[in-house]
Design a protein around this ligand. Structure first.
Ligand code: PGA
Length: 277
């Protein structure tokens, strides 16, 4: 990580925790954080250099919003997906204005489960991303290779293809520069499998991503963009991952669903930030 960019720890709940469970979980997080989070981490959260985020299912977003406001106001909330159009005949979808209506300003896009199980492609991800950026959202764009792609030596080509397909072309003065795109590198073979990329593998992929951002959008855009690692991150391995220069945080599934574990991940973010100052 780089202290100028800061750190983001995001918990992707996937299809877990309904509205009632969400209210209970967030209240619990709020109570436990008093003891689980150090002064250093609290200062990081207050300054905005460290961001803690949860990504609940759509139906639980209003409950999350209401609970966070009382339990832990600095905790940010993102949606797991959203459509790029503001309204229309899109059964089953969720729009930016609906999210904005309940105070949600962040959206995850292109998670590998959306791509593999629900037919999303770079093209669908890109139209969502462009629409949501236009509406002022911060988006977290997920990319990553499968095991077969890694084993055949195609990791770099896959990442570059996904970035080229999903990110809008924009000149140096374009909207990319306003810092509202976060990239999450999630090797598909590491998601929910207990297999984590080694810190060196994560760094190598993140460096490829940052170099591509630099080539396409310039040094400033590349330097300010947060690149998160995701795939079986847990309190036991996050510290090592965050020591890598181009890893600016983590997107965490399973280990974000336990309050103590999630708080330990946020605390690790605060420690990493503290060490680098
Ligand atoms: P995991 O999920 O931490 O359970 O591997 C990560 C993700 O899918 O974002």
């Amino acid at each position: 990580m780089n202290p100028k960019r800061g750190i983001l720890i995001a918990g992707n709940w996937k299809m877990h925790l309904g509205p009632k469970e969400t209210a209970v979980f967030v209240a619990d997080l709020g109570k436990r954080r008093q003891n689980a989070i150090s002064g250093q981490t609290r200062a990081g959260l207050q300054s905005g250099k460290l961001r803690a985020m949860i990504i609940p299912p759509a139906l639980s977003l209003p409950a999350a919003r209401a609970s966070v406001d009382t339990a832990w106001p600095e905790l940010q909330i993102a949606a797991q997906n959203a459509h790029g159009e503001k309204k229309g005949a899109f059964t089953g979808e969720l729009s930016g204005p609906m999210l904005a209506d309940i105070g949600i300003r962040h959206v995850l896009l292109g998670h590998s489960e959306r791509r593999q199980l629900f037919g999303e492609t770079d093209t669908t991800v890109r139209s969502r991303l462009e629409g949501l950026l236009d509406q002022g959202f911060e988006v977290i764009l997920c990319i990553g290779e499968t095991l077969a792609e890694r084993e055949s030596g195609d990791t770099q080509a896959v990442l570059l293809r996904q970035l080229a397909g999903a990110l809008p072309d924009s000149g140096p003065s374009g909207r990319f520069l306003d810092g509202r795109i976060v990239i999450a590198y999630e090797p598909v073979w590491a998601i929910g499998t207990g297999k984590t990329a080694t810190p060196a593998q994560a760094q190598e992929a993140h460096a490829v991503i940052r170099a591509d951002l630099q080539a396409r959008f310039g040094t400033q855009a590349a330097e300010r963009t947060l690149i998160l690692y995701g795939g079986s991150v847990k309190p036991e391995n996050i510290k090592e991952i965050l020591t890598q220069p181009d890893v600016d945080g983590a997107l965490v599934g399973g280990a974000s669903l336990d309050a103590a574990s999630y708080l330990a991940l946020v605390e690790a973010g605060g420690q990493a930030l503290g060490h680098s100052l």
